[in-house]
Design a protein around this ligand. Structure first.
Ligand SMILES: [Zn+2]
Length: 199
């Protein structure tokens, strides 16, 4: 897993005034409105953790299926999925058109997602973040890669994307009898809804 870095290396738009905080320190304040920069991370993490988070029930059903096929708990599967969303949201200008976000969803890299995971754990656990990652079984990049592969099979993350490429999904042949596909069959409606959201 990447080490926590205190510098913001990507677009991050202040939730209060929309200023781009790229290259600023995460423990600093927004130079325009004085809002502590860490607040932006907290606000986003809270909004993603909310029970009413966007997409709702259909995602939950698919995430339960993914958790059932992995050795991780539903909570951890949720966490990684939220990090994917966070990676996109952090880079999106709240004033921009939805189209921008749709493009970003396909451009996010594996490395960027790992950075977001490190950031989330740092915000939640401070200097103990690495121990917390280990406790959650998420300290190993191969575990994350495996989990993302399951999410791609379940169509939760886009299969034609930088992320899918980075984890080698584009070169992978998924067997027809993969247990996740059988589980998904029993909830076809939800998969259809998922495609509508992402494509
Ligand atoms: Zn600001």
């Amino acid at each position: 897993m990447p080490e926590y870095s205190n510098t913001i290396k990507h677009d991050l738009f202040c939730r209060k005034c929309n200023f781009n905080l790229k290259s600023k320190d995460k423990d600093g304040v927004c130079p325009v409105c004085d809002q502590p920069i860490a607040e932006n991370y907290l606000l986003l993490i809270r909004s993603l953790q909310s029970k009413n988070a966007e997409h709702g029930v259909m995602y939950n059903r698919s995430l339960v299926n993914v958790a059932a096929c992995s050795r991780l708990s539903l909570e951890d599967v949720h966490l990684v999925y939220q990090c994917f969303n966070l990676t996109v949201k952090l880079r999106t200008n709240p004033n921009d058109h939805q189209l921008h976000m749709d493009n970003l969803i396909h451009q996010i890299s594996f490395e960027q997602l790992l950075d977001a995971l490190t950031d989330v754990f740092y915000v939640l656990y401070g200097n103990e973040y690495h121990e917390a990652l280990t406790e959650h079984g998420l300290a190993n990049e191969n575990t994350i890669r495996y989990l993302l592969t399951l999410m791609a099979i379940a169509n939760i993350i886009p299969t034609k994307s930088q992320l899918a490429k980075d984890i080698g999904f584009d070169a992978m042949i998924v067997p027809n009898n993969h247990p996740l596909l059988r589980l998904q069959e029993s909830s076809q409606a939800s998969i259809h809804e998922l495609r509508c959201v992402y494509h």
